[in-house]
Ligand binder design. Structure first.
Ligand SMILES: [Zn+2]
Length: 90
């Protein structure tokens, strides 16, 4: 999967895709190449709130097949978005 992980300090890949998803926009981490503090851009955080909508829809629905599809698409869209968020210095 294609994703953005360029370190703002050294221009090397700063983290794996899995680490990027687990770090999220609030926490900060260290670049795996140069060790300087980096984090995902806070300005790009709003899709996480959009992602709550399909989850709430799923929990409030009858958990039918259509609910599952809507939820899967919503979560997939958020994961896709996080993968493309720029990494900024912390
Ligand atoms: Zn770096």
């Amino acid at each position: 999967m294609d994703y953005e992980s360029t370190c703002p300090h050294c221009r090397c890949p700063a983290m794996s895709f899995k680490d990027k998803l687990l770090t999220g926009p609030i926490a900060s981490t260290h670049c795996q190449a140069c060790g300087k503090p980096v984090g995902i851009s806070m300005r790009s955080m709003w899709p996480l709130f959009v992602g709550i909508i399909p989850v709430a829809y799923f929990l409030g629905g009858k958990n039918g097949f259509l609910d599952f599809i809507v939820t899967a698409i919503g979560i997939g869209a958020v994961v896709w978005w996080i993968a493309r968020l720029p990494i900024e210095p912390r």
